[in-house]
Ligand binder design. Structure first.
Ligand SMILES: O=C(O)[C@H](O)[C@@H](O)[C@H](O)[C@H](O)COP(=O)(O)O
Length: 258
């Protein structure tokens, strides 16, 4: 029997936000290089919050092959794409409008389907199937990289503590209409998709995250959504944090080598 136990998470911590963002950029470029060498493209899912800004060390960086990126959203608020709450708008403003990525390589949700979230999720799944399923007969897409943040309540993507979506086993993309954090209508990649990725990386900074990360990393048995991110073998989970965010965490650090 092959060993399918998930690898333990790798936690890297940095003194400053510049060092953190530089390491994240380095890590992403390495993942991109491996993916492009293997199959000529790089599939990545991104969430909102501080993350798009934390990716700004990629702007102007040598080695980023933007034309090879295929970008999806790990979660999205169901609002027009130019609405201030849109994760797509945030990513465009902070990153994609500043780099030479072809517009067709970015895959936002279709907000014209906002009145039928079932249909909106189906449409986004079809978008994913176009990228993944033709080349890969796997039951779930295998992203090269999923980049996530973590909220103060331990939510990640739009997977909130205690929500029925935490046990979703079939859908690739699911919706909620009762998000405890506004706006209430959101769509999200599900745990089976997140946990099939080749790599998942959380990026978390600031002392406001200290208690949450203590629970997520030191007490995974409490089952907060961020603790449920455990990519299946041979996938790997990474945590990129600043020292303030992990000041209360006992989980061992790994030195990141640039
Ligand atoms: O959709 C949302 O409400 C936010 O995008 C949210 O999920 C965010 O990603 C986390 O709260 C982490 O955000 P920070 O890294 O900014 O704390």
């Amino acid at each position: 029997m092959p060993n399918t136990t998930p690898h333990p998470p790798v936690l890297c911590s940095f003194a400053t936000s510049t060092e953190l963002c530089d390491a994240v950029a380095h890590f992403i470029i390495k993942a991109q290089k491996e993916a492009v060498e293997k199959k000529g493209r790089f599939s990545v899912a991104i969430s909102g919050g501080s993350l798009p800004k934390q990716l700004n060390a990629l702007i102007g960086k040598a080695g980023v092959k933007w034309d090879k990126w295929q970008v999806f959203y790990a979660d999205e608020r169901v609002v027009p794409l130019d609405h201030p709450d849109s994760n797509h708008k945030l990513c465009m403003d902070e990153l994609f409008s500043k780099v030479p990525i072809p517009a067709d390589n970015i895959h936002p949700i279709d907000p014209s389907l906002a009145d039928d979230l079932e249909e909106l999720c189906d449409a986004y799944e079809k978008e994913l199937i176009r990228e993944f399923a033709q080349k890969d007969s796997a039951r779930f897409p295998i992203f090269d990289l999923i980049l996530l943040g973590v909220g103060p309540d331990g939510h990640t993507a739009s997977l909130f503590p205690g929500h029925a979506l935490l046990t979703e086993e079939d859908r690739w993309v699911a919706y909620i209409e009762d998000s405890p954090k506004p706006p209430p209508k959101r769509v999200t990649l599900t745990f089976p998709v997140i946990n099939h990725a080749a790599r998942v990386a959380f990026v978390a900074s600031g002392e406001g995250k200290a208690d949450t990360l203590k629970t997520v990393l030191d007490k995974p048995e409490e089952g907060l959504p961020a603790s449920r991110v455990r990519p299946a073998h041979p996938g790997q989970l990474y945590w990129f944090c600043d020292d303030a965010a992990v000041s209360k965490v006992e989980y061992p650090r790994t030195q990141y080598k640039l």
